[in-house]
Write a protein that binds this ligand. Structure first.
Ligand code: NI
Ligand code: MN
Length: 226
């Protein structure tokens, strides 16, 4: 059994009871966060891209936990330069970690870190297989037709999709993404953190009524089990 906790914005923690991972650990400065970065205990940290609302506290959490950051190559190099352990990957590649398998998917977005906008390569999404369950975290992305291929090739138990618009898919495009991906459960993320991404998750859920996919809207700090 997997327990996934939505930490607000795009941050998700997942545990199988033994191994603990966190995706896009933006906690310091995240108005939705209900936990502090210093209270996070994890073995691995997955980061989709270099933007501050995703890279967040990753380096601090990695150093304190002696945890490894899993990221696209250029972003992995960026965090290694700051003294964090990292495992470099790239889009299309998968690797077996102690907690499970991670495959990097495309994401249509940007990726730069820090005030100097240091280049951190291509952004990504993650397909995570852990304890026999497949979780897809799309990262920040617009809708793309290859989501259909991701849905065809993977039996997705749980998908985290951005719905906030402006920087990522909005509600209408995210509904189409669900149609392509065909996950058992979808959880909307990346909305209402700031006024510019003030999308309504209930509108997303309403538009998916009658779909095979169950929409679960999770309050920050709350979990679901699959
Ligand atoms: Ni971004
Ligand atoms: Mn973002």
């Amino acid at each position: 059994m997997l327990k996934a906790t939505f930490q607000g914005h795009s941050c998700v923690s997942i545990t199988d009871g033994e191994q603990n991972i966190i995706i896009d650990p933006f906690l310091t400065g995240n108005p939705q966060a209900t936990v502090k970065a210093e209270d996070i205990k994890v073995d691995f940290i997955l980061v989709t891209h270099g933007h501050g609302d995703h890279l967040g506290d990753a380096v601090e959490i990695a150093k304190r936990n002696k945890a490894t950051i899993i990221a696209p190559n250029e972003l992995a190099i960026y965090v290694q330069k700051q003294g964090a352990e990292a495992h470099n990957m790239h889009i299309g590649g998968a690797y077996e970690f102690p907690f499970g398998r991670v495959k990097l998917t495309i994401a249509h977005h940007g990726s730069a870190a820090g005030d100097g906008l240091e280049y951190t390569g291509n952004p990504c999404g993650f397909l995570i297989t852990m304890d026999g369950k497949t979780v897809y975290h799309a990262g920040d992305t617009g809708l793309f037709y290859d989501m259909k291929l991701i849905g065809e090739m993977n039996d997705i138990d749980l998908a985290f999709l951005p719905i906030g618009d402006n920087f990522t898919m909005g509600v209408t495009d995210a509904v189409k993404a669900v149609e392509f991906l065909n996950p058992k459960i979808v959880v909307p993320i990346h909305y209402k953190t700031w006024p510019v991404i003030d999308a309504e998750p209930t509108e997303f859920a309403d538009k998916l009524k009658g779909s095979k996919t169950r929409v679960i809207i999770i309050e920050p700090g709350k979990s679901l089990e699959i």
